[in-house]
Design a protein around this ligand. Structure first.
Ligand SMILES: NC(=O)c1ccc[n+]([C@@H]2O[C@H](COP(=O)([O-])OP(=O)(O)OC[C@H]3O[C@@H](n4cnc5c(N)ncnc54)[C@H](O)[C@@H]3O)[C@@H](O)[C@H]2O)c1
Length: 404
């Protein structure tokens, strides 16, 4: 037994996840779906999958229990709503949506249908997030007073190609999207550690000057001129968060977290991860602990080695990843974005089986996204301080979600 999964969108990113869905012991069958018939045929052959489907509309009519959405980044919100309304559980690549209307409809649809929704937020399973969550829960930070999250990805680092294959002939319409419409990697790390969410934001943007003209009025569909945006947010626990979303930056690129508490702090700079306290001699270099290069099952203890066989390797994870809870079928399979992929798929499949919201449920997805959507509105108003709507916690945990 197990769930029947349909994978909608079998482009570049889905390649990482098709083998994981196929291998997971909780998945009974996998159906591949894409509007591009040639691509669909090629991927079905490549991954040895017999069942295919020509569109999301058709996939919704099949007997799959769950649909995993890996379509272009501006399509997810309405497609997730469509699948939920067809009675399917939904896994969605980030972002969950790109407007307040879309995210509102998405949260309401999950609440009405009571289906499982999970945002595929890779940062949630980054080693630094796992490490900080554990130390936060132990009280090692004291009270968090300040946090920094940032996603730096210069256009010269592959983004032209990505925008072209996703957008086709009209790629310039979507390439210059507001950076704060993709805030989820940076915001989620902070929200996932402290449990606090952003209540107010003031944001400033840097008007782009690059000759490619992507971030220009009349070129992209948002008339957006900002290629870099920086937001300062008031959090629900009283702390302050600073988020950077940069698309023009002389930097190799990274998703980064730093978190400062009254008792201890986690600091990250490119390639360096450090824990410090008030004691000047306390500095702990965490860089090798948090490096994602794979671990041997036997390094995770005898029980794990017994489960999977001594020298089996979980690829791409760090030593802080709890690989002991992954199925042994994932051994040796691909595992990108700092060891997050296998945890994402495992947590989605187990959430569907147990019918319990996963860690990155729709209410969390909203808290990762909405601060960025409002931040961009603030940037358009030259930094005006704006309130951020909140949708509350999962139904059944802490009362009814608050209205937006
Ligand atoms: N770290 C991360 O979380 C991360 C990293 C990379 C990509 N992503 C996300 O992954 C998603 C996919 O990126 P990609 O580069 O693979 O895109 P892609 O353009 O290569 O693939 C998208 C596919 O979806 C198909 N599609 C669109 N609408 C469809 C429909 N109605 N029915 C069936 N198929 C449909 C398209 O034909 C296309 O083949 C993006 O949304 C991106 O945001 C996330």
């Amino acid at each position: 037994m197990g769930i029947k999964v349909g994978i909608c969108g079998v482009g570049a990113f889905a390649n990482n996840f098709i083998p994981l869905f196929k291998a997971h012991p909780g998945v009974a069958s996998v159906t591949l779906c894409d509007l591009d018939a040639a691509k669909l045929k090629e991927k079905a052959q490549l991954f040895g999958i017999a069942r295919t489907c020509p569109s999301l509309d058709d996939l919704c009519q099949t007997d799959v229990d769950a649909i995993a959405i890996f379509t272009q980044n501006w399509m997810h919100g309405p497609q997730a709503v469509q699948a939920l309304k067809a009675g399917k559980h939904v896994y969605s690549a980030v972002p969950s949506a790109i407007t307040m209307e879309e995210i509102t409809r998405l949260v309401r649809t999950v609440e009405q249908t009571r289906k499982i929704y999970m945002i595929g937020e890779t940062s949630y399973y980054y080693p630094c997030a796992l490490y900080c969550r554990e130390r936060f829960q132990k009280g090692d930070f004291g009270s968090v007073v300040y946090a920094e999250g940032e996603y730096m990805h210069d256009f010269d680092h592959g983004l032209y190609d990505v925008c072209k294959w996703r957008g086709g002939e009209r790629w310039k319409e979507t390439a210059g999207s507001p950076p704060m419409h993709y805030p989820t990697h940076s915001v989620s790390m902070i929200v996932s550690v402290t449990g606090a969410y952003a209540t107010h934001v003031s944001c400033l943007g840097v008007v782009d000057r690059h000759e490619d003209g992507l971030f220009r009025k009349g070129v992209n569909r948002w008339d957006n001129e900002f290629s870099n945006e920086t937001a300062l947010m008031r959090m629900s626990d009283g702390s302050v968060t600073r988020i950077n979303e940069f698309r023009r930056i002389g930097h190799p690129g990274e998703v980064r977290l730093s978190l400062y508490g009254t008792q201890g702090s986690y600091e990250e700079q490119y390639g360096n991860n450090i824990w410090v306290t008030k004691d000047r001699a306390s500095r702990q270099d965490l860089t090798s602990l948090l490096e994602s290069k794979g671990v041997l099952a036997r390094d995770k203890g005898d029980a794990m080695a017994e489960k999977v066989g001594g020298d089996a390797v979980f690829s791409g994870v760090s030593t802080v990843h709890p690989v002991e809870r992954l199925p042994k079928e994932f051994i040796g399979l691909s595992n990108g974005h700092r060891g997050s992929h296998q945890f994402l798929i495992h947590d989605f499949v187990t959430a569907c089986a147990a019918n319990v919201p996963p860690p990155t449920n729709v209410w969390q997805a909203a808290r990762y996204l909405v601060p960025g959507l409002i931040a961009h509105e603030s940037a358009k108003r030259d930094g005006e301080l704006m309130a951020i709507p909140d949708f509350g916690d999962p139904l059944g945990t802490r009362g009814s979600p608050k209205s937006s």
